[in-house]
Write a protein of this length. Structure first.
Length: 314
């Protein structure tokens, strides 16, 4: 776990000497937060700002506050994130939560908050989107998530097994995760060169589960994945783990049907066995065995949410 924390700090967030580091972590994993902070200072961080998340508190806020509250990000929150980004901070997001934390809560509320955060914390958002700030997302187990994945196990065993799974998929279960990620990234670079050389006009996705989908590519599209670079040339890994290469398709050219293979966890809700049918780039029909209302809230976030902004090969 110490090696994993060090990987997150040095390879993921790419902490530089004297830099501000911002770490967001679930309160249940305070021990891992302390490990990250220690690693950040050992890497030369100028200062570490710690921010906490808590699924139970989030549920209470969504339960008692009206949806209009979530349409505006409080000024102090905007100032906090925008000023940190403007000063060149690197952001380390630790992800771990109850996948059913908001079950029964109106899904429009968290979707509205997410939309407001993206629109109103513009310096923070654009800093990560356009390469001014390095950032990374890493996973940690929490009890509710562990029990969802390993329901037959006692809580302590489920936590242990989820830790093992996270460390393995993050290539952090061996003696030298840093070297493992250098080798992993070399494969990404090879795959990106190959795909960019093809300059595809379209992709066709087919699967035995019923997926039959054609997606148009933009002329000159670029495949990315693995390591990213800031405008100053700092190499970082936005996602640990990651196995995908991705690009932006032509949002006007998508036709056919896509079926899910795994559940989608979206801000405290689970969507299971869902499908989407596209015509001329738009979702025109959809359904889900569980969480259809959540899926609907995503698709109806705004007028463009029914189109695709990214596709991937894994």
């Amino acid at each position: 776990i110490d090696n994993y924390a060090r990987l997150a700090v040095t390879k993921g967030a790419a902490v530089q000497p004297g830099q501000e580091v911002v770490i967001t972590c679930p309160v249940e994993q305070a021990d891992f937060m302390r490990r990250l902070v220690r690693c950040a200072y050992e890497a030369g961080a100028g200062h570490v700002t710690t921010l906490w998340s808590d699924s139970d508190l989030a549920r209470l806020e969504y339960q008692y506050m009206d949806v209009d509250y979530f349409k505006t990000v409080p000024a102090w929150k905007r100032d906090q994130l925008n000023s940190l980004a403007d000063e060149g901070a690197t952001f380390l997001h630790v992800s771990g939560s109850d996948p059913n934390a908001l079950k029964g809560i109106d899904p429009v509320k968290p979707t509205t908050r997410s939309h407001a955060m993206n629109a109103q914390c513009n310096v923070y958002r654009e800093g990560m989107d356009f390469g001014k700030n390095a950032w990374t997302i890493v996973g940690v187990p929490v009890e509710a998530w562990a029990k969802e994945v390993f329901p037959e196990a006692e809580t302590h065993e489920a936590m242990y097994r989820l830790w093992e799974a996270i460390l393995a998929t993050s290539r952090a279960d061996g003696p030298d995760p840093q070297a493992e990620w250098e080798r992993h990234n070399a494969t990404f670079e090879k795959n990106k060169r190959l795909l960019n050389g093809y300059a595809f006009d379209r992709l066709r996705y087919r699967s035995s589960n019923g997926t039959d989908f054609e997606l148009g590519m933009n002329p000159g599209h670029i495949w990315e994945g693995g390591a990213a670079r800031t405008v100053e040339g700092i190499v970082f890994f936005p996602n640990i783990p990651t196995e995908e290469v991705f690009t932006s398709p032509d949002c006007m050219r998508a036709d056919g049907i896509v079926h899910s293979v795994y559940p989608l966890v979206h801000v405290g809700h689970i969507i299971r066995d869902f499908w989407l049918r596209f015509e001329e780039g738009r979702v025109v029909e959809y359904d889900a065995a569980e969480g259809r209302d959540v899926l609907e809230s995503i698709i109806n976030t705004d007028e463009r949410a029914c189109r695709l902004g990214e596709c991937a090969l894994v």
